[in-house]
Write a protein that binds this ligand. Sequence first.
Ligand SMILES: [Zn+2]
Length: 149
Amino acid sequence: MSEHKQCTEYDTQSADRYHKYKGKINRYMDLAKRVAIQSDFPDYRHGAVLVKGGSIRNTAHNKDNFCSFGKRFQKTHGGKTTVHAELGVILGLDRSITNGATIYVARVGKLEDYRMSKPCSMCHAAMKHVGIKKVVYTIDDRTVGSYKL
Ligand SMILES: [Zn+2]
């Protein structure tokens, strides 16, 4: 599994839904994959795409530097707060852009296959804070998950 701790105790408004790679999901995940490949990390390569009103507003991959914004949302101190892709894609943006937006987040493996990329509790809280309405995340090469915040 990924460095992302699996947490099922989010205060999500909806249960996870599952989808196949097709249409806009496929297009945005393909972009998220291309972004993820540029990650600072060799193994845990995540990419995120922020979409609002049908247009791409920002992209980011995870980075190996400290993130004070993320630290605000980390419940217990688990060491260095790095910039996860979901944080990078919202950092520095005006609330008018993030509010009501959807984030697509992909993790790619060594063979550029899709891996589990469900946001961790820190990213979940940060995305909720800036008004993200929905997250779509890769599970494997066949399935994508989503939930509303
Ligand atoms: Zn995270």
